[in-house]
Design a protein around this ligand. Structure first.
Ligand SMILES: Cc1cc2nc3c(=O)[nH]c(=O)nc-3n(C[C@H](O)[C@H](O)[C@H](O)COP(=O)(O)OP(=O)(O)OC[C@H]3O[C@@H](n4cnc5c(N)ncnc54)[C@H](O)[C@@H]3O)c2cc1C
Length: 345
């Protein structure tokens, strides 16, 4: 590793389902991949080695785990599988982690802090200013769910106490069945989340700051026609109540300033996602919401030849572990074929 003139075949940036899956495929194709797994950021950010699933206790929809699996345990398995085939990871001490020890080394994993894709070989700098040269790059830095930023939201999200940012992921969990649930947000995804949750909860309250939806009319109409969903207009959530698990939310009406308590057993933040692409600005085509634009979907090509993208940073639509892993697989296969065409490997 490092700029001693050595050029990596493929550098993978990100270590969620997309990044580790790309690493598994690239390593098994003898590409000897190097991964920037990312340095943990202040909680509740989900920017950390292992990615967003490190924030969840129950993953029940990833195939192969009929009893469900803890998110951290699942990502440890992804990592272990990638390391088993020879994946290397950028660490502060220059040593690769052992496949069977997970956890302690998370804090020595490095970020990619800057890239230069203007010419080949591509340049990637670590957050310790180490320069890596690469023939190809797979971007898999994911996205972070936006939270309200409340202390109790963070606490109950981490403890599995009924706070979530993904209804499709968590809505079917037993704790939410036949219970009153709260969704915050007024966009299309919030409407989708509320509609989805109405299949499980006894009642779904949608909390909207304004007196109108931001969502498209068709999505808003679907919510308004759903008997199990009640919209609470002109209101913001000031706190989430409950010690072990959610018991209610404290609301403030923004017009009257009146404060009230709404009883519920689940809280879902549906106020958007932010792709982790800040360090890519100016280097690669991003859309108006800063997602990486894929040039020829379902392929993983970006507008820079030799740079590929996989997972939530290029997918505002599905945002699931299994789709991110599938995209990681595609990116590694695309990179392998492209390197072969270039006569590099
Ligand atoms: C609370 C929660 C629960 C969820 N539950 C489920 C579920 O049950 N089932 C399901 O299918 N999906 C679930 N999801 C969604 C799922 O986690 C994501 O769709 C999936 O993790 C996306 O994978 P990814 O690899 O694209 O990105 P991420 O998982 O976001 O991983 C991105 C990675 O990039 C790294 N990174 C970021 N910036 C840099 C940088 N500059 N340099 C180096 N590394 C960097 C991060 O450290 C991280 O490792 C959940 C999400 C959340 C937030």
């Amino acid at each position: 590793m490092g700029d001693n003139g050595h050029i990596e075949n493929v550098v993978i940036i990100g270590s969620g389902p997309a990044g580790w899956t790309a690493a598994i495929y690239a390593a098994r194709a003898n590409l000897n991949p190097l991964v920037f797994a990312g340095r943990p950021k202040t909680i509740p950010s989900t920017i950390m080695p292992g990615g967003q699933l490190m924030m969840t206790t129950d993953v029940e929809n990833y195939p192969g785990f009929p009893e469900g699996v803890d998110g951290k345990a699942m990502m440890a398995l992804f990592e272990k599988q990638a390391l088993r085939f020879g994946t290397r990871v950028m660490t502060d001490n220059g040593q690769n982690p052992e496949p069977d020890e997970h956890g302690g080394h998370l804090y020595v994993y490095q970020d990619a802090s800057k890239v230069d894709f203007s010419e080949r070989p591509f340049k990637i700098w670590s957050d310790k200013d180490e320069l890596i040269l690469a023939h190809s790059v797979i971007l898999a830095t994911g996205a972070t769910a936006n939270w309200l930023g409340l202390e109790n939201e963070k606490r109950l999200a981490q403890s599995g106490g009924g706070v979530s940012a993904c209804a499709v992921c968590d809505g079917a969990l037993p704790i939410f069945r036949d219970q009153p649930l709260v969704v915050v947000g007024g966009g299309d995804s919030a409407c989708e989340e509320a509609s989805y949750l109405s299949k499980f909860g006894s009642k779904v309250y949608m909390i909207l700051r304004r007196d109108e939806f931001r969502a498209s009319k068709i999505m808003a109409d679907r919510v308004l026609e759903n008997d199990k969903i009640e919209v609470v207009w002109n209101s913001v959530v000031e706190d989430i109540l409950g010690d072990e698990s959610v018991t209610g939310v404290k609301l403030r009406n923004v017009k009257s300033d009146e404060v009230s308590t709404l009883e519920c057993r689940g809280f879902f933040a549906a106020i958007g996602h932010t792709p982790a692409t800040q360090f890519l600005e100016g280097q690669i085509e991003l859309d108006d919401k800063k997602y990486v634009v894929l040039q020829n979907p379902p392929r993983s090509l970006t507008n820079v030849e030799g740079v590929f993208a996989a997972g939530d940073l290029a997918d505002a639509e599905y945002r699931q572990a299994v789709t991110a892993a599938g995209m990681g697989c595609k990116a590694a296969l695309d990179a392998e074929r492209w390197l072969a065409d270039q006569g590099v490997h």
